[in-house]
Unconditional design. Structure first.
Lengths: 582, 662
C-alpha cells in the first residue's frame, strides 16, 4: 500500500526519535497503569488493616510514579512532534523538488492546482496522521495490552469480561462508523455542491438579474440546501448515538465487574482493592479501544493523500539537464526547428508534426492558427519547456538539450499566454530575468511596454506590491508588466505567446511601435490573433492541426492561403484590407 | 490545512453578536427547552450514579469485613470486642458500616443497587441521545434558514455591493462562515451548558460526600485552569505562527507551480528552491513548537488529575480507615475527580471555538444587514411587444455617491442619446470611458443620479426592474454558464421553452453543430473544468440563451480575449443573427461590427464625444478617426499599401457578403 510505503521511507531517517516515542510512551503508559494497582494496595493492605503508615508510603510512591509519567509523556510528545513535523517537511521538500524537475508536459498532466494541493494539503494530512499515530495510535495498543495484563494480574477469573467487552465496543463503534463514513463523503460533496451554486450566483449575478432568473436560482439553491440538510440530519441522527452507546457499554461493563467481582470477593478469591483496580483497568482498556477506532477514521483519507503524493514522486520528468553541457556558442538568437514532432504520451494524434523553420536575429516570425492547432506547444519548445519526440530545436547552432539550463534561460525572454506575476514588488517582478538591472533600465522597459504611466501612478512606484497572481492589477496591466519583465532580461530571442490580447487597441498599437527598435537585433517569435499584430511579420506560419500548412508574408498568404484569408476577413472586411493606407 | 486550529478571528462585538446568534434559535424555544431539560437530566443522573456505585462497593466491602467477624454477635458487640483488642481504628471503620457479622456480601442489596445504577445510566444515555438528536434538528433548521436568507439577500443587494467587495470575501461569508456557525451552534453551545453543569454537579456532590476530600480535589481546579490558560494561550500564539508560516509556504508553492513555465524559462529554479527550503524550515520550526507545546496540555492536565487522584487515595484511605468515610464514597470520589478534569479542559478549548464562531456570525450578519436595493414603486407597465426606442436625457451617474458630493467628476456626465427602434449602436472608446456603465444603466443595475432614461417613452424608473429586464437580452464577454446541461443553460433564457424551441435557438446561433458532435449532446453537463466545450463555444451558448429569450432590446459585449478564428467567425454571425430587428447596444471591439452599426458612439471619460455613422465620423477626422487609424490601419501601414492592391476582390467581398448576409 502506498501509505505504508510512504510512511516507511519518510520516517526512516527519524527512527531514533520513533524509538524514543515508543520507549517513553511505554514508560508513561506503564506508570499510568501502575497507579490503580497502587491504589488497590492502599485499600487492601492499608485501609483494611488500618495501616496509616503504609497508606502514606504508598501515596508517596504514587506521587513519584505520577511524576515519572508526566516526564516520559512530555518526552514522548517532544519526540513525536519532532518526527511528524520533520516527515512533513521532508515530504513537502521532495514533492517540491520533483515538481521543479517536471517539464510543462508533466505539469500539464497533473494541472498546477492539483500539484499545489498535493504539495500542501495532502502532505499536511500525512503529517497529521504521523503526529496522531505517534501521539495516540502507538499509545492505544500499549494501553490496551498493558491494561489487559494488569487486569489479569489483579484477577484472571474476571478476564472473560475483558474478552467480551472489547469486541462489543469495537464492533458497535465499527458498525456506526462504517455506516457514517460514506455519508460523510456525501455530505462533503453536497456541501461543495451548495457552495458551487452560491459561487455561480455571485459570479453570474449580472446575467441572473438581466434574465430575471432570481426565482430559478433560488429554486436551484433551495434544492441544494435541502439535499445538504437531509444528509446532515441523517448523519446527525446516527452520530448522536455514538456517545451514548460508548457510555452505555462502559457502564454495563462497570456493573458486570461489580456484580461478578462481588461474588468473587465474597468467596474470598480476590480482595476488594483488586476489584477497584480491575474496574479502573477495564475502563482504560475500553477507552483505548475507542481511541483506536476513532484513529482509523483518519486512515481512508490519508490513503488517498498518500496515493496522490506517490503519484507525483513516481513520475519521471521528461526533460533532464545535460550531464556535460556544451560550451555556449556566441549569442545571436538564431532559432531553428528541424523536423520537429511533439506528441503527448498515450495520445493518438501528435500535437505538432514536421515543423521546420528558422528565425533569424532581427526578424519576426508570427504563428497563427485555430485553438488547439499547437501554437503554444510550438513556442514552448523554444525555452525547452518541452522536448520534441522527434526532430530537434537549435539555438545558435547548438541543440537545446546540450545547453546548461542557465545559459538557455539567459538567451530567451518568454511572455506567456497567462501573464502571471509573482507576489512581491513591481521591481522584483521585473528583475525576475536579470537581478542586477538598474532602476533606469526597469523604467525604460516599462516605457516600452506602455506600463510607465500606471506604475508611476501606483503609491510606491517600482516598490508597489503586486499580490499573488497579480490580482490587484488589471489583465491589461498584468500583460504589460509581463512584457516589461521579458524586456529587462535583454534576451536574444523574444517569445510572445498571445501576449497582447488583453490590451485595448490604442495601447496595443503604441506598444508595438515602441517594441520595434528594442527588438531590432533580436529574434521575435510571436503567437497572435489580431491581424494588425501579425501583418508586418517577416514570416507568418499558418498552423493547422499541428502542421504548417502555409508560410510567407502577409501579402503572400492573403493570396495563397484560404485559411489565412478567413482569419483576416473575420477581423477586417474588404474595405479594410484594401484601405489600409488611408 | 483545516486540521490546525486557525487563529481565531476576534469578533468586534462579542456579546451583541452572540445574542443575535442565539436569537436565531428563539423560534425553536420549545425544542431547546427539551434539549436543556435533557442535558440537566443526564447531568444529574450522571452525577448521582457514581454515588450509587459507591454504595454497591460498600455492600461488597461490608460483606468482606462482616465475614471476618464472628457470627451471631451484633455490630455493637463486635465494635466493643475490637476496641477491647486495642484495634481502635478498625473499630471506627466497622462502626461506619452497615453489616451483619459473620454474613457475606448481601447480594440482594448489591443486585438492587447495580440495577438502579444501570437504570440511571440507561436513562442518562437516552437523555443524552435525545438532547443530541433534537439539537441537531434545530441547528440544521436554523442553518438551513440562514443559508436561504443569505441567498435571498444576495438577490436583493444592489450590484454596487459586489463591485466594492472582493468576490472571495463575499464567497467566504456565504460558505466558510456558515459552516463555522453550524459547528459553533452544534458543538459549543450544548456542550458548554453540559460541561458547566457537570462541573457544578460534581463539585456539589463532592462536598456532599466529604468536604475535606472535596477541597483536595478542588485544588486541581485552579491548577488546571492556570495550566490550560498558560499553555493554551502560548500555543495559540505558536499556532498563529504556524498558520502564518503555512500561508507563506503555500503561497510560495502556489506561485512556483502556477508560474512553472516562467521559473523554467527564466532559469530561476535555484532561487525558488532556496527560498522554498528557507520557508519550509521556518514552517518546520513553527509547527514543531506549536505541536509540542499543545501536545503537552494533555499530559499536564493528566498529571494534575493524578495529583488529586493520589491525594484522594491517601486522604480517602486514611479517612476510610478511621471510619469517617466509607470505601464506596472514596471510590465514588476517585471517579468524580476523573470525570471532573475532562469537562474543565473542554471548556478551555471551547472558548476559542466559540470566539471564532461568533466572529463568523458577525461577518454573516454584516452581509445580512447591508442596505438592499431601493424598493420600487412601479407606476407603469411595458407593453407585451416593445418598439425598442431608447432615449438618454442628460444622464448623470457616479458609482461612489460620496466621491460625487466631494466634487470628483462623475462616471457619466450629462449624457444624452437617442436610439431609433431596431437600430444598432456601437459604443467605442478607451477602457474606463464608461461603456459598460452606460449599458448597465439601461438594465437598471444602478440607479442614475440625474436626468432620465426612456424606453418607448416610459421612464424606466417608473417600471418594475424585472418588467424592464424581461425585455432586455444580454451577452457578456465573460461567458457565464451554470453547472448543468447545455439544454438547461440555453433554457435559462426562457424557462417555458420546449425542447424544440431550444434546439431551434441553438441552430440559429451555430450551437447545434458542435453540440451534436459531443457524446452526450444537449445533455452534456457544463462544469467549471469542462474542457470539451471551448471558450468560444461557451460564448455561442450564451448567445443562444439570449436568442431564446426573444428580447426587444439587446446588450452585447464583444469578447476581447482570444477565441480561435473559426469560432470567432461563428460568434460574429450568431451575434448578427441576434441583432436582427432589435435595438442593440454593442460594446464593440471589431471593426466589422463598428462599421456596420447604424450609429457609432465614441465615449471618453463618461461623455459622448462623437456620434454618427462610420463614414461621417471618418470624414469628421476627430477622435473616432484617430482611434480607427491606430487600431486598424497602423499595423499594415507599411506593407499593406502595395499588397492591398493585389487582394483578390472576390475573397474580400466574400467576407463582406458573409458578414452582411447574417
Amino acid at each position: 500500500m502506498q501509505l505504508l510505503r510512504l510512511l516507511r521511507t519518510s520516517t526512516r531517517p527519524y527512527l531514533p526519535w520513533i524509538v524514543g516515542v515508543l520507549v517513553f510512551q511505554l514508560l508513561s503508559t506503564m506508570a499510568t497503569l501502575f497507579l490503580p494497582s497502587l491504589n488497590a494496595r492502599i485499600i487492601d493492605d492499608g485501609v483494611t488493616r488500618g495501616d496509616t503508615d503504609f497508606i502514606w508510603r504508598t501515596g508517596a510512591l504514587m506521587l513519584a510514579v505520577a511524576l515519572g509519567q508526566i516526564v516520559s509523556a512530555v518526552i514522548a510528545v517532544w519526540c513525536g512532534a519532532r518526527t511528524a513535523m520533520a516527515v512533513g517537511r521532508d515530504l513537502r521538500r521532495d514533492v517540491y523538488r520533483r515538481v521543479g524537475q517536471f517539464s510543462a508536459r508533466e505539469v500539464g498532466q497533473f494541472g498546477a492546482p492539483s500539484l499545489i494541493t498535493r504539495n500542501t494539503n495532502d502532505v499536511q494530512q500525512i503529517q497529521m496522521l504521523t503526529l496522531m499515530s505517534l501521539n495516540f495510535m502507538i499509545m492505544a495498543p500499549i494501553m490496551c495490552i498493558g491494561g489487559i495484563v494488569m487486569a489479569l494480574r489483579e484477577d484472571a477469573g474476571l478476564s472473560w469480561l475483558v474478552w467480551v467487552s472489547i469486541p462489543v465496543m469495537g464492533v458497535m463503534l465499527g458498525l456506526l462508523m462504517a455506516k457514517l463514513m460514506p455519508w460523510f463523503r456525501t455530505m462533503q460533496e453536497r456541501l461543495d455542491g451548495i457552495n458551487g451554486v452560491l459561487r455561480e450566483q455571485i459570479t453570474g449575478i449580472r446575467v441572473v438579474r438581466a434574465f430575471v432568473k432570481e426565482p430559478f436560482e433560488t429554486e436551484r439553491f433551495r434544492r441544494a440546501n435541502q439535499d445538504l440538510t437531509e444528509i446532515s440530519l441523517r448523519i446527525g441522527a446516527l452520530f448522536v448515538l455514538m456517545f451514548p452507546v460508548v457510555n452505555m457499554i462502559m457502564h454495563l461493563a462497570t456493573a458486570a465487574v461489580l456484580w461478578f467481582g462481588g461474588h468473587r470477593v465474597d468467596q474470598g478469591e480476590i480482595q476488594v482493592g483488586a476489584l477497584t483496580a480491575f474496574l479502573q483497568y477495564m475502563l482504560q482498556i475500553l477507552m483505548s479501544v475507542m481511541m483506536a477506532t476513532f484513529m482509523f477514521m483518519m486512515v481512508p483519507r490519508a490513503i488517498v493523500c498518500a496515493e496522490r503524493i506517490c503519484e507525483v514522486l513516481d513520475t519521471e520528468p521528461s526533460i533532464h539537464p545535460p550531464l556535460h553541457p556544451a560550451v555556449a556558442p556566441p549569442a545571436h538568437g538564431r532559432v531553428r526547428f528541424e523536423g520537429v514532432c511533439f506528441r503527448y504520451p498515450g495520445a493518438e494524434a501528435p500535437v505538432l508534426e514536421d515543423i521546420d523553420f528558422a528565425a533569424e536575429p532581427g526578424a519576426t516570425v508570427a504563428v497563427v492558427g485555430a485553438t488547439g492547432s499547437g501554437k503554444t506547444t510550438l513556442v514552448s519548445l523554444i525555452p525547452r519547456l518541452l522536448d520534441p519526440v522527434a526532430g530537434r530545436v537549435l539555438l545558435d547552432g547548438v541543440p537545446l538539450p546540450d545547453y546548461a539550463p542557465q545559459d538557455l534561460a539567459g538567451r530567451i525572454g518568454l511572455v506567456p499566454q497567462k501573464p502571471f506575476l509573482f507576489s512581491g514588488t513591481v521591481a522584483e517582478n521585473l528583475r525576475f530575468g536579470r537581478e542586477d538591472a538598474s532602476d533606469e533600465e526597469l523604467w525604460e522597459a516599462l516605457r516600452v511596454a506602455q506600463a510607465e504611466d500606471f506604475v508611476r501612478a501606483m503609491p510606491h512606484g517600482l516598490d508597489s506590491s503586486v499580490s499573488q497572481g497579480g490580482t490587484n492589477v488589471s489583465g491589461g496591466q498584468r500583460q504589460r508588466l509581463s512584457i516589461a519583465r521579458a524586456l529587462v532580461a535583454r534576451p536574444r530571442v523574444y517569445v510572445f505567446d498571445d501576449s497582447f490580447s488583453a490590451l485595448d487597441v490604442t495601447t496595443d498599437a503604441a506598444l508595438r511601435t515602441a517594441l520595434r527598435p528594442v527588438t531590432r537585433d533580436a529574434t521575435v517569435v510571436t503567437v497572435a490573433q489580431r491581424v494588425s499584430t501579425i501583418a508586418d511579420a517577416d514570416l507568418i506560419l499558418v498552423l493547422e492541426h499541428g502542421r504548417i500548412t502555409a508560410r510567407g508574408s502577409h501579402a503572400e498568404l492573403l493570396e495563397h492561403s484560404p485559411t489565412y484569408r478567413e482569419i483576416v476577413t473575420s477581423q477586417l472586411s474588404a474595405e479594410q484590407t484594401t484601405g489600409g493606407a488611408q | 490545512m483545516s486540521h490546525n486550529p486557525q487563529p481565531a478571528a476576534k469578533p468586534q462585538n462579542f456579546w451583541s453578536s452572540a445574542r443575535r446568534l442565539l436569537g436565531l434559535l428563539s423560534p425553536h424555544r420549545a425544542a431547546l427547552a427539551v434539549v436543556v431539560a435533557a442535558v440537566i437530566g443526564s447531568v444529574l443522573l450522571g452525577v448521582f450514579a457514581p454515588r450509587v456505585l459507591g454504595r454497591a462497593m460498600d455492600v461488597i466491602f461490608a460483606g468482606v469485613v462482616a465475614r471476618s467477624l464472628p457470627a451471631g454477635a451484633d455490630q455493637q458487640q463486635v465494635e466493643a470486642g475490637l476496641r477491647a483488642q486495642g484495634q481502635d481504628t478498625y473499630a471506627d471503620m466497622v462502626s461506619a458500616m452497615e453489616l451483619i457479622p459473620g454474613q457475606g456480601v448481601d447480594f440482594g442489596r448489591l443486585g438492587a443497587l447495580i440495577l438502579l445504577v444501570l437504570a440511571m445510566y440507561t436513562v442518562a444515555s437516552a437523555l443524552m441521545w435525545l438532547q443530541g438528536y433534537v439539537l441537531n434538528r434545530v441547528v440544521m433548521r436554523v442553518v438551513y434558514d440562514l443559508r436561504a436568507e443569505i441567498e435571498r439577500k444576495l438577490n436583493a443587494l444592489p450590484l454596487s455591493y459586489f463591485d466594492t467587495r472582493q468576490r472571495g470575501d463575499v464567497m467566504s461569508r456565504v460558505t466558510n462562515d456558515i459552516d463555522n456557525i453550524q459547528t459553533a451552534l452544534q458543538q459549543t453551545f450544548a456542550q458548554l451548558v453540559q460541561n458547566v453543569l457537570t462541573v457544578l454537579g460534581i463539585v456539589i456532590m463532592m462536598f456532599a460526600v466529604s468536604w475535606q476530600l472535596a477541597l483536595v480535589a478542588l485544588l486541581a481546579l485552579p491548577l488546571s485552569a492556570v495550566a490550560a490558560g498558560v499553555i493554551g494561550s502560548r500555543s495559540q500564539k505558536l499556532f498563529a505562527g504556524q498558520w502564518k508560516a503555512t500561508g507563506v509556504l503555500n503561497g510560495h508553492i502556489e506561485e512556483s507551480f502556477s508560474g512553472h513555465e516562467l521559473v523554467h524559462a527564466y532559469g530561476r529554479q535555484r532561487q525558488m528552491q532556496a527560498q522554498f527550503d528557507e520557508r519550509n524550515e521556518d514552517l518546520y520550526r513553527a509547527a514543531f513548537g506549536a505541536q509540542f507545546l499543545s501536545g503537552t496540555i494533555m499530559p499536564v492536565m493528566q498529571f494534575i488529575s493524578y495529583l488529586s487522584y493520589v491525594g484522594i487515595a491517601v486522604l480517602g484511605g486514611l479517612r476510610v480507615a478511621s471510619g469517617q468515610l466509607t470505601l464506596g464514597d472514596a471510590t465514588a470520589f476517585i471517579q468524580y475527580s476523573r470525570e471532573f478534569t475532562q469537562p474543565l479542559s473542554q471548556i478551555a478549548g471551547m472558548a476559542t471555538q466559540l470566539q471564532s464562531g461568533i466572529a463568523s456570525a458577525e461577518r454573516t450578519f454584516e452581509l445580512l444587514d447591508a442596505p438592499e436595493q431601493e424598493p420600487e414603486t412601479p407606476t407603469a407597465r411595458l407593453p407585451e411587444r416593445l418598439r425598442g426606442e431608447v432615449r438618454f436625457e442628460h444622464v448623470d451617474f457616479s458609482y461612489d455617491k460620496d466621491a460625487a458630493t466631494a466634487g470628483e467628476p462623475p462616471m457619466i456626465e450629462d449624457l444624452s442619446l437617442h436610439v431609433e427602434p431596431g437600430r444598432t449602436v456601437a459604443i467605442v472608446g478607451p477602457t474606463g470611458a464608461g461603456k459598460t456603465t452606460l449599458v448597465n444603466l439601461v438594465l437598471r443595475f444602478y440607479e442614475i443620479d440625474g436626468g432620465r432614461i426612456l424606453l418607448d417613452g416610459i421612464d424606466i424608473r417608473d417600471l418594475a426592474r424585472d418588467d424592464l429586464r424581461r425585455q432586455v437580452g444580454m451577452v457578456l464577454q465573460d461567458a457565464w454558464l451554470f453547472t448543468g446541461t447545455i439544454m438547461e443553460n440555453i433554457r435559462f433564457g426562457r424557462q417555458d421553452a420546449t425542447d424544440e424551441q431550444v434546439v431551434a435557438a441553438a441552430k440559429a446561433t451555430y450551437v447545434d453543430r458542435f453540440v451534436r458532435a459531443l457524446p452526450d449532446g444537449y445533455d452534456t453537463v457544463l462544469t467549471e473544468d469542462e474542457t470539451s466545450v471551448s471558450a468560444g463555444e461557451k460564448q455561442l451558448i450564451t448567445i443562444a440563451r439570449a436568442f431564446l429569450s426573444r428580447p426587444s432590446l439587446l446588450i452585447l459585449d464583444e469578447a476581447t480575449s482570444a477565441v480561435d478564428t473559426r469560432t470567432e467567425l461563428l460568434v460574429q454571425k450568431a451575434m448578427a443573427a441576434l441583432r436582427e430587428n432589435r435595438t442593440s447596444f454593442v460594446i464593440a471591439h471589431r471593426l466589422s461590427t463598428i462599421r456596420d452599426a447604424d450609429t457609432i458612439v465614441v465615449m471618453e471619460s463618461g461623455r459622448i464625444v462623437e456620434q454618427g455613422s462610420h463614414a461621417e465620423l471618418v470624414a469628421a477626422d476627430g477622435a473616432y478617426a484617430r482611434l480607427y487609424r491606430a487600431q486598424f490601419a497602423e499595423g499594415s501601414a507599411e506593407q499593406a499599401t502595395e499588397p492591398a492592391a493585389e487582394v483578390p476582390s472576390e475573397g474580400s467581398t466574400d467576407g463582406a457578403a458573409e458578414d452582411s448576409a447574417q
